[in-house]
Structure formats: C-alpha cells, structure tokens
Design a protein around this ligand. Structure first.
Ligand SMILES: Nc1ncnc2c1ncn2[C@@H]1O[C@H](COP(=O)(O)OP(=O)(O)O)[C@@H](O)[C@H]1O
Ligand SMILES: C[C@H](O)[C@H](O)[C@@H](O)C(=O)COP(=O)(O)O
Ligand SMILES: [Mg+2]
Length: 471
C-alpha cells in the first residue's frame, strides 16, 4: 500500500479531496472527492455553508476506504480572511459570513480614521481590501457588539475545519496574516492594532506554522472513518499552498489563477514602503516565514458569474471557444472596480460599465467572455509593471497555476501582452502545495526546493510565447 497523504483544498468555487503519494521522485495524485462551493444567503448575509463543507470533507475521507487508501495525514486549506467565533463552550457564535458580504461597506474608511493607513501598512504590510478580517471584526463590533463580547475563540475557516476534526484550536500563520492583524516583523498578533480597535486579544489563538502537527482525530470520527490520522498543517491559506507548486520561482512572477487572480512574487522580507502601499500590494505570510508579495485581481470570478448568468448553459471551455471566435477588439473594463465584487448580474454590470465609458457594448457570450479575459490581462500587465518598478528589475517569465491555467486563450493573451514566457500549470497547484508540506513534515521530502523539483517532474507545464515569435 502506498503512503498517501490527504489534501483538502476548498476554493471559493469548488472543493476537492486529493490523495497524494510519492512514487520514487514523482508525486502521484488521486482525486478522492470533488464538490461545489458557493455562497448561500443566511440570516441576512452572504455566507459559506460550513456544515455542508465539513460533511463533504468527511465524505472524501470515507471514500479512502473504498479506494484502499489509508492516509498518513490530512491538511485543509481554504480561501482567506473569513472566520467564525466560538463561545466559552466552543459553540458557534457566528455564521461563516463571506468576504463578498456588504457588511464591511464603509468600514475600512472608518478604521483608517482610527488607525492611520500608513501605520497599518507599516506594521502588517497587508493590502487594503474592504473584506479583510480586521474590517469584518470591526463591522461585527458595530453591528452585533454582544457577539464579540461573548467570543472566546477566533478561528479562520481552515482553523475551524481542523478544530472539527481534532478538537484542537490554533490560528495558522499564512492565513492569519490575511487578517491584517499580524505584525509582519514579530510574525504574531499585533496587540497595538487589536487593542486600539477594541477587539478581545485573548480570543486570538496561538500562531502555528505549516508542517506542525495539530493533533489527531476526535474519537467519534475515528469510529466513523475506521482509522485515525494526524492533521499536519499545510499553508492553510490556499494561495500560500498554491505558490509552493510554482516549479521555478526565481525571476518569475506567478499568477495563482482561480476565483481570484493572485499575482506576485516570492520574497524574503516584507516590503512595507509607501510605493507598495500606493500600488496596494500585500505581504502575506508564506511557508518558512517567506512572504507572498502579491495583489488580488478580480480574477475568473467574473467568468464564473457570467457562466451562472447564462444558467450554466456553457462550460468554461465553451466560453473560451466562443471568445476565440470574436475577431474584433472588445471593450476593456477595470476588473478591479468594486462594482464587480458582487454585482446582481455580472453580464449587465459589464455592459453598463461599457455604456458609461462609451465603448461598444458586448452582447453575445463570446464577446462578454473575451471582454473579461482581455480586461484581466490589462490588469495583469499593470500589476507586472508595478512589481518590476518596486523590485527595479525585469522578470522574464510568468507562471500561471490553478484552474485558470487551463484557459489556453488567457495564457496566450498574457504572453502576447507582456512579451514574456508564460508557463501554465499545475492545475491542482493548491492541493499539491498542501501535500508537499505534509511530505516534508513526514521527512519524505527534504524541503520546498526538493518539492519543486519533484513537482516539475510530475506535472505537465505548457509554455506560451508571444504569438509573433517563432514557436
Ligand atoms: N476546461 C477549462 N477551460 C478553461 N478554464 C477553466 C477550465 N476549467 C476550469 N477553468 C477555470 O478555472 C477556474 C477555477 O479554478 P480553481 O483553481 O478551481 O478555482 P478555486 O480554487 O477558486 O475554486 C474556473 O473559474 C474557470 O475559469
Ligand atoms: C479573499 C482572499 O483574498 C482570497 O481568499 C484569496 O486570498 C484567495 O486565496 C483566493 O483563492 P481562490 O482559490 O478562491 O481563488
Ligand atoms: Mg483555489
């Protein structure tokens, strides 16, 4: 029997349970379970169906028995910033409210009146996104102060799912940095910010690092699954796991391409200078205390919503094919305009934007899709020039990882627009990054350098060059 570990990767649009095993110097994946993730409306807010997600995780674990897989360990990663609060009996005090919920409208402005923006950035190095945990907590303090008063435990989404598995409570570092409450230099909760904003410092848990063992399964789960296994913490922020799968990081800008496009570079120190603040880059924490110097771009969320607006009549592949049939130039929208964060209807929002900016309004699915893809590339190109400005150097290649790396048209558009080599893949970068951290903890892989070597030999990576260049 092979030595498998289990990665649970839950992004904003889908979740998957993937078993991984090392076969000589190759990493082999077995998809054990895949499930949809989506926002639900609950108690007047957009939320994640956290109970349903945990039930899907348990389904995936149970599927291992039928597949003859007895996992050595498991680790869960999800999207960032969102959290739950527990009371003194470890019972849920809150729903898992989603970052796209409007409860934080106007809150960032209020907080930066109390705590100067420049100082917040100097201490945390985290980008200003209206949905950061800091603003969600401040919204809760304003809208439901009694909830915050009762809260004894703060757990981010993967922390909570790990708690459901093991009964152990902690905050994993890479995801905790996305709260904008972790000091980029002490790598711990920033008392100054937390106390100034009036949050209960004691509800934040001990910071734990990727590779640490959190604990083993609750007794009732061991009986339910028929086996026990330890939870080994991956980078529980999915992007923190994804970027570990970039086969070649030197001189490379990565785009973790899923619901969001996270564009950035691997770095060894926080860059909290005013220029990085003005460009709104972030310094999220990475494995081994590295930094993910990146920024959020609206990403393929936009095509996910277009697909939904067409009642899922077209697959992603079909929307890409339809966009290839459009020969004339399409309108360009500013994908990072907050109007696209959670519009009632993405197609109508895109069309309205084009009317307001006196551009030809895209009408057909192919035109809409091409407008999304071409507009994303405009934003990617701007972010790349900002990165090169800050690092005062030219990066020669771009690594596109995640589900979006399957979009061949987008990959080619990126190569054409930037005139850089684009390497696309692996698709399941996040799960792979999750797994290799578990293997490093097991001692089966020495370090991330060796992991990247194994990844580069195990998964297809397609190369794209400027279409005017001989291939
Ligand atoms: N066959 C495909 N062709 C083109 N794009 C695809 C294909 N399959 C998936 N995608 C893109 O990948 C995205 C999902 O990427 P994924 O990394 O799974 O997202 P997340 O982790 O945020 O749920 C989809 O929104 C879609 O745009
Ligand atoms: C809200 C956060 O910025 C978001 O979670 C981002 O950091 C991220 O990790 C997105 O991952 P997806 O797989 O959902 O694109
Ligand atoms: Mg993802």
């Amino acid at each position: 029997m092979k030595n498998h570990s289990l990665a649970v990767d839950i992004g904003a649009s889908s979740g998957r349970v993937i078993a991984g095993a090392l076969e000589k110097d190759r990493l082999e994946l077995v998809e054990v379970h895949r499930f949809e993730n989506k926002l639900i409306e609950k108690n007047g807010h957009f939320c994640w169906d956290i109970e349903a997600l945990f039930s899907e995780i348990k389904k995936g674990i149970k599927n291992c028995n039928a597949m003859g897989i007895k996992p050595l360990s498991i680790g869960i990663d999800t999207w960032a910033v969102d959290f739950v609060l527990l009371d003194e009996n470890d019972e849920l005090l809150t729903d898992a409210v989603a970052y796209r919920d409007p409860r934080t409208d106007g809150i960032m402005e209020e907080v930066t009146e109390i705590f100067m923006k420049e100082r917040l950035y100097l201490e945390t190095g985290i980008q200003f996104q209206k949905f950061n945990t800091i603003y969600q907590l401040y919204a809760l303090k304003k809208q439901n102060p009694e909830v915050l008063e009762k809260a004894k435990t703060f757990l981010m989404i993967p922390d909570y799912l790990h708690f459901l598995l093991t009964g152990e409570k902690s905050n994993e570092y890479t995801n905790a940095t996305s709260t904008q409450l972790i000091n980029a230099f002490t790598k711990n909760w920033d008392k100054d910010i937390i106390n100034t904003l009036g949050f209960n410092f004691d509800m934040f848990q001990e910071i734990k690092m990727p590779k640490e063992t959190l604990g083993t399964l609750r007794e009732e789960l061991v009986s339910e699954f028929g086996f026990d296994m330890p939870v080994i913490l991956p980078a529980t922020h999915d992007t923190g796991s994804a970027v570990l799968s970039v086969p070649q990081v030197d001189d490379t800008i990565y785009i973790s391409s899923g619901t969001w496009s996270l564009i950035g570079v691997e770095n060894y120190f926080p860059i909290c200078v005013i220029k990085a603040l003005d460009y709104n880059f972030t310094n999220e924490g990475g494995m081994d205390y590295q930094f993910r110097f990146l920024k959020n771009i609206m990403g393929l969320w936009m095509i996910q919503e277009v697909k939904r607006n067409y009642d899922n009549r077209y697959s992603f592949a079909e929307l890409v094919e339809k966009s290839k049939e459009v020969t004339e130039k399409t309108a360009i929208v500013n994908v990072d305009d907050q109007r696209f964060l959670k519009p009632a209807n993405m197609i109508e929002e895109i069309q309205q934007y084009c009317r307001e900016t006196n551009q030809k309004v895209p009408e057909h699915p192919g035109e809409i899709a091409k407008c999304v893809f071409e507009s994303l590339v405009v934003s990617y190109k701007k972010a790349i020039s900002e990165i090169e400005d800050i690092f005062e150097k030219e990066f020669h290649s771009i690594s596109v990882i995640g589900g979006g790396s399957q979009n061949e048209l987008l990959n080619q558009l990126i190569a054409d627009a930037t005139k850089k080599e684009v390497f696309a893949g692996p698709v399941e970068a996040t799960a792979i990054g999750n797994l290799v951290v578990q293997f490093i903890a097991h001692g089966a892989i020495k370090d991330i350098k060796e992991a990247r070597h194994i990844i580069s030999q195990s998964f297809e990576v397609k190369k794209y060059v400027h279409s005017m260049v001989e291939k």
